[in-house]
Design a protein around this ligand. Structure first.
Ligand SMILES: Nc1ncnc2c1ncn2[C@@H]1O[C@H](COP(=O)(O)OP(=O)(O)OP(=O)(O)O)[C@@H](O)[C@H]1O
Ligand SMILES: [Mg+2]
Length: 407
């Protein structure tokens, strides 16, 4: 049996329309994702106050009091939760001269939990009152899907990182119009269904970025340094957010390197499995060698020191998809702890069925406040993600402190 390109193309169209249909029924009736509603217990936990403090502050009348469903039940929107969290200083609004902490979530191994981690961090930090931007660098667009945008049909290439990577882009409807120079990513920022969380989405067409970047480098375009493309691209928007999270594709691509270069912190999700552990070692070697080569390319100062030394304020290895029923898990976990001593976060994300099957993987643990399955299963996953978020939040705050001390 042989397949012609036209047949494969038709197959692709069919698959896209099937996903759209499933999505439309999953998110019916308006086929859009919605953030969940919260009860008083959720509010108390997120804002970290007790009932007495809630009642006292409610009397002041300056914070939203939710909607009373019945005498013992009040519901709050995400936006209301954020107002409370901000009032109690869970998030720290940045001053005019301050900028976001940028976190890159990377591992060249596929399916290790990069996108889920990026989205959970984005949602939970936004819930705590932070302004968060997530950037999808993967043409698969999984993060965009989690943000409620279907990459194949709802994201145009002009809304991705592609124009920035091309350097010039014709955003107008007139195909004959002159392309405009593109130096930053302002054009690509979109609001999401999750209050406080914005996204720069991705789509399969954005794969072309990986061709534009080396072409520009080969042409020796004036001042072009491919590794700086994202750092420069987010320079302006970093003042509008407290945290920027970059979700990388499962490759050591030009964009992954640019994301590593642009970031203050690195999170590497790693399931404690032999294959994932082994390939993470390659990722480590490859990216450190490449970053070192880039630093050498930039050159040295008068004293022979590298001008562009890259430093990260924190590097975390996150044990993800931990399967306690697998007899090898403990063995590999102790290998990971020995290899990445001091970097491994003291928490394990369990392999869980909480989000699989629900909305075709278009949701995370934070999209669900009422889980149809066992409460214990939900709690186990939720507690683990909450802990990761707390640990990352502490490191983010430490970066701001260090920045303030350096001033
Ligand atoms: N803790 C978990 N337990 C079980 N399944 C999970 C868990 N976290 C994520 N998944 C599922 O595993 C799959 C891969 O997760 P995810 O997309 O986050 O990984 P990724 O590293 O971003 O993948 P890729 O390399 O393809 O970008 C998804 O279907 C996701 O829903
Ligand atoms: Mg991914």
């Amino acid at each position: 049996m042989t397949y012609k390109i036209s047949e494969i193309l038709e197959q692709g169209r069919l698959a896209t329309s099937m996903i759209e249909t499933v999505r439309d029924t999953t998110f019916s009736p308006i086929s859009e994702k919605k953030s969940p509603v919260f009860n008083l217990n959720h509010l108390l936990k997120i804002v970290d106050i007790d009932r007495y403090e809630f009642t006292k502050r409610s009397a002041k009348g300056d914070l939203p009091l939710g909607v009373k469903i019945n005498p013992s039940k009040t519901e709050f929107t995400l936006s209301e939760i954020r107002s409370w969290a901000q009032a109690y200083g869970r998030s720290k609004p940045l001053g005019e001269d301050e900028e976001a902490v940028t976190i890159c979530v990377a591992n060249s191994k596929g399916g290790v939990g990069k996108t889920t981690t990026s989205m959970c961090l984005g949602q939970a930090l936004a819930m705590k009152g932070y302004r968060v931007l997530v950037i999808d660098l993967d043409p698969q667009g999984s993060l965009s899907s989690l943000c409620g945008l279907l990459p194949d049909t709802q994201v145009d290439e002009s809304e991705t990182v592609l124009p920035l990577c091309a350097g010039k882009y014709n955003f107008s409807e007139d195909p004959e119009a002159d392309p405009l120079p593109v130096l930053n990513l302002d054009y690509a920022v979109k609001k999401t269904y999750w209050d406080g969380l914005d996204v720069i989405p991705s789509a399969p067409v954005a794969f072309a970025a990986e061709f534009f970047i080396p072409a520009r480098q080969l042409k020796r375009e004036q001042g072009f340094r491919f590794w700086e493309i994202l750092k420069q691209g987010i320079e302006n928007i970093k003042h509008d957010y407290e945290v920027v999270i970059i979700d990388c594709a499962p490759t050591m691509s030009y964009l992954t390197l640019a994301a590593l270069w642009a970031s203050d912190g690195l999170i590497m999700p790693m399931p404690p499995k032999g294959m994932d552990y082994a390939s993470s070692a390659q990722f480590w070697m490859l990216f450190t060698n490449l970053i070192h080569e880039i630093s050498k390319e930039v050159g040295t100062d008068e004293d022979g020191n590298l001008i562009a030394q890259k430093e990260w304020e924190f590097i975390n290895v996150l044990l993800s998809m931990v399967d306690v029923s697998d007899p090898n898990t403990l063995k590999v976990q102790s290998l990971i702890n020995a290899t990445y001593a001091g970097m491994v976060l003291p928490v394990e994300i369990p392999k869980t069925s909480v989000t699989s099957g629900s909305a075709l993987d278009f949701s995370t643990v934070y999209d669900i406040t009422k889980y149809a399955g066992s409460l214990k299963t939900y709690e186990r996953a939720r507690v683990a993600y909450d802990r990761v978020v707390d640990l990352v939040e502490q490191q983010v705050k430490k970066v701001w402190e260090d920045r303030a001390n350096r001033k």
